[in-house]
Design a protein around this ligand. Structure first.
Ligand code: NAD
Ligand code: 13P
Length: 352
């Protein structure tokens, strides 16, 4: 029987937790080699030590996941090429803005027959139009790439609180089931859906809605307002996804990757938190500044995703169909004040 070797590309907050989760399974399941190589974007800590060395000495990522042991079979590797060289299952989990550069460095370096999965929430916009991250990985490296998205605030999964996730795949269910086996634990239940675009767009677009929810919090509006923003956001997510990919299924929005991720991110995510601070400052301090101050190296995805989606909307003449998605971007760049998030709704067209 084939035996699988896993490498994780990324070691931020979710990257570290995903490595820990996967390593707990590879240590137990005979079809996987125990060791999980985790590629670390090297940095020097305030102590003068390299992050990768610190992870290997302490079995802990003191910068992005302090206080949590990763498992003795997680090995940090700052060298991208050596981290992936023996692996035939590659887990991509970096902020979406870095993935293209990483993929270019990986061309010609992968083991033949390697499979990938992306845990990355985001998209790229090219001259030819929008490109989902899993497609970017698949096309750049010539490999199959599934996605895993869900209501998965990393710090909660790190301490093994129950959650669910959705794997999106195209055609090959056997491969999707292998990924599900790698990720499933008693506290992390994974289902599979043959709707890769739908699953990935859910994970990507909800970050924009989470910015809107954070603005509502920062304006001290109530729960009803926030729920309204989430409902309108979900409708725009579904409409936008279906316009881009008519194959996207309604059912996907009822999986963990859909409404559940939207809820948890709008209640407890980083996008929400930084957007709340942005609104409390009346939009006078930029998202970049607040991100650097509040997140200590962790990255927001919602602000850049709002810009990317806005490019698609303006290019295709769809802006009027998506007032919430458009307004979030216009607030982020300072073109509109934060209060506009609750002022646009009279213009909301009927999307159903
Ligand atoms: P993070 O935001 O915690 O950390 C940022 C990471 O980027 C660090 O590992 C840092 O070393 C790395 N980095 C900085 N500059 C870089 C560069 N130039 N090149 C490459 N890497 C660089 O990361 P995360 O939370 O693991 O997020 C990764 C993806 O997972 C995102 O798409 C995010 O939306 C998604 N996600 C996150 C969570 C969560 O709760 N954290 C949950 C689900 C999905
Ligand atoms: P934030 O990046 O806003 O923290 O969202 C995390 C997430 O994707 C939860 O599923």
């Amino acid at each position: 029987h084939a035996k699988y070797r896993v490498a994780v590309i990324g070691s931020g907050n979710w990257g570290s937790v995903a490595s820990r989760l996967i390593a707990s399974n590879t240590a137990k399941l005979p079809s996987f080699y125990d060791e999980v190589r985790m590629w670390v974007f090297e940095e020097i800590l305030p102590t003068g030590k390299k992050l990768s060395e610190s992870i290997n000495e302490e079995n802990e990522n003191c910068k992005y996941l302090p206080g949590i042991k990763l498992g003795a079979n997680v090995i940090a590797d700052p060298n991208l090429e050596s981290a992936v060289k023996d692996a035939n299952m590659l887990v991509f989990v970096t902020p979406h803005q870095f993935v293209e550069g990483i993929c270019k460095k990986l061309i010609g370096k992968l083991r033949p027959g390697a499979e990938a999965i992306s845990l990355i929430k985001g998209m790229e916009v090219k001259m030819e139009g929008p490109c989902m991250i899993s497609k970017l990985i698949a096309d750049t490296l010539g490999i199959n790439c599934c996605v895993l998205m869900g209501a998965n605030i990393a710090n909660e999964i790190a301490v093994e609180m129950f959650s669910e996730a959705t794997i999106g795949y195209r055609k090959d269910k056997e491969v999707a089931n292998r990924w599900a086996k790698l990720f499933t634990t008693p506290y992390f239940l994974v289902s599979v859906a043959e709707d890769i675009e739908g699953v990935e767009l859910c994970g990507t677009l909800k970050n924009i809605v989470a910015i809107a929810a954070g603005l509502v919090d920062g304006l001290d509006m109530g729960n009803n307002t926030k729920a309204a923003i989430m409902r309108i956001g979900l409708r725009e997510m579904r409409a936008f996804s279906k316009l881009l990919f008519p194959s996207v299924r309604d059912n996907t929005f009822f999986e963990s990757c859909g409404v559940a991720d939207l809820i948890t991110t709008c209640l407890g995510g980083r996008n929400r938190r930084v957007a709340e601070a942005f609104a409390r400052n009346g939009g006078k301090r930029s998202f970049d500044e607040l991100e650097a101050e509040m997140l200590h190296g962790q990255k927001l995805q919602g602000v850049s995703t709002a810009r990317e989606v806005y490019e698609v909307l303006t290019y295709r003449g769809w802006q009027e169909l998506f007032p919430l998605l458009s307004t979030v971007h216009e607030i982020c760049i300072g073109q509109l004040p934060p209060t506009s998030i609750v002022e646009y709704s009279e213009h909301t067209p009927n999307l159903s």
